[in-house]
Design a protein around this ligand. Structure first.
Ligand code: GLU
Length: 438
């Protein structure tokens, strides 16, 4: 049984990139009948906002990705202090005094000399007297002392990976103002909460290497790590700047259905084709992390609409009756209305325009060469009430009267009645039309 966690920092609303991470972790836990933890990474009091915690929960609930429990890092500062003490006692933790400007200067010098910009461990070389003096001038930050050997792991997506710890700076775990940083909190939580699998973006690969050493240092069991590729836009462009416009709440607002979004993301970037699923259980059953590749994955929001349309098309009236009734469609017309338009909507929002057309009539679209034909046809339209046979008997009569057939018979009539050259089956639509503009 796997224990996974989705660990957003509540510094913004969830976007499509976060969802990929959340979904993979959710699916892994559900596949094994395990536990899915929602972990709020709120160690930064200035940037973390309750509004975003609420927003993240609402987005997950909308999608049906239910968590088994919530943990807040801000509730666990005492525990992080304990772990910091443990690392200090083990000599794995050391004080440093450089200011950000000094560190920046060091990095620039190293780069000028074509050296990797790795922290030079000056903090470690200080004498006790120098340290005392610096302490009286400024607050120390604390770094974890990495063992400078190769860190290896079998990544669930990227395969066997190894990173030379000597090429990585000793990570800062506690800032000068005492704020515990994500890395310390995260290794502590993953260990205490028995997390067995961690899937996150490939931008975390180096973090993973250092975290493996830290987890071992505090006596934890290293989870299985997997790093999914980052999403790009449809042309391969980086998404980071556009992620704001790919917020889940905006996607929801635009009418995308949860099942369409989840089905798409559960397959995008894998060797399996994207297929619309009918339920989360079906998505769980068809999910296999091993099928995902390391190449950046193109995401196009436009792909969500055909899937949404397909999902909606298969819904029974009962699933949409609430929405349809709220629009003012009389109960006895609801079934006919839904059957007429279900195949011609991308999202439920499109129901409004069809209902508007039915109630108010469409501005007829009549080509010059069809003017006379349409006038004759309309004159032949039987009196109301119309039924499901009206269209076929009427068009049969028009055919006999005018000699037209096929497309040249049906298309001008469709355009005259709906103002469009495509749309619902006219046999079903005609009896619903309350107004026919001439
Ligand atoms: N809060 C971190 C982030 O959003 C979590 C990363 C992780 O999964 O460890 O990047």
């Amino acid at each position: 049984m796997s224990t996974t966690r989705f660990a957003p920092s509540p510094t913004g609303y969830m976007h499509i990139g976060n969802l990929r991470t959340a979904l993979f972790n959710y699916l892994i836990s559900r596949k094994s009948g395990g536990t899915f933890i929602l972990r709020i990474d709120d160690t930064d009091p200035e940037r973390s906002k309750q509004e975003y915690v609420d927003g993240i929960k609402q987005d997950l609930e909308w999608l049906g990705l239910h968590w088994d429990r919530v943990e807040h890092q801000s509730d666990r500062f005492d525990r992080y202090a304990e772990i910091a003490d443990q690392l200090r006692d083990m000599g794995k933790f050391y004080e440093c005094f450089e200011t950000p400007v000094e560190l920046d200067l060091k990095r620039k010098k190293q780069l000028n000399m074509s050296k990797p910009p790795v922290y030079d461990r000056s903090g470690l070389a200080l004498t006790e007297a120098e340290r005392d003096e610096l302490r009286s001038e400024r607050a120390a930050h604390w770094r974890f002392m990495l063992d400078q050997n190769r860190i290896e792991w079998a990544d669930g997506i990227l395969g066997d990976l190894s990173i030379d710890a000597a090429s990585v700076s000793d990570p800062v775990l506690i800032r000068g103002d005492g704020q515990v940083l994500y890395t310390l909190a995260s290794i502590c939580d993953d260990t205490d909460m028995g997390v067995t699998h961690v899937v996150r973006g490939s931008d975390h690969v180096t973090n993973t290497a250092t975290q493996i050493q830290m987890i071992r240092a505090i006596g934890g069991t290293v989870p299985e790590f997997a790093h999914h590729s980052l999403l790009t836009g449809p042309k391969g462009e980086g998404l980071s700047k556009r992620l704001g416009s790919l917020a889940l709440r905006d996607i929801r607002e635009s009418g995308v259905q949860p099942m369409a979004l989840l089905s798409h993301l559960a397959r995008l970037g894998s060797s399996d084709p994207v297929e619309l699923c009918g339920s989360i259980d079906e998505i769980v059953a068809g999910f296999d992390l091993k099928k995902f590749g390391s190449a950046p994955t193109k995401f196009d929001k436009a792909d969500l609409y055909p899937l949404t349309a397909k999902y909606l098309q298969n819904l029974d009236l009962s699933a949409v009756l609430g929405k349809i009734s709220a629009m003012g469609v009389p109960t006895d017309e609801a079934e006919n209305f839904w059957n007429a338009v279900r195949g011609n909507i991308l999202t439920l929002k499109d129901l409004d325009s069809w209902w508007g057309l039915i109630q108010k009539g469409a501005d007829p679209k009549i080509d010059d060469e069809d003017q006379e034909f349409v006038s004759r046809a309309i004159a032949l339209l039987p009196d109301r009430p119309f039924d499901n046979q009206t269209w076929s008997t009427w068009t049969q009569e028009v055919k006999v009267a005018t000699g037209r057939k096929g497309k040249s018979l049906f298309m001008p009539l469709r355009k005259a009645l709906t103002g469009m050259s495509h749309g619902p089956d006219m046999g079903t639509l005609l009896p619903l039309l309350k107004v026919i503009k001439r």
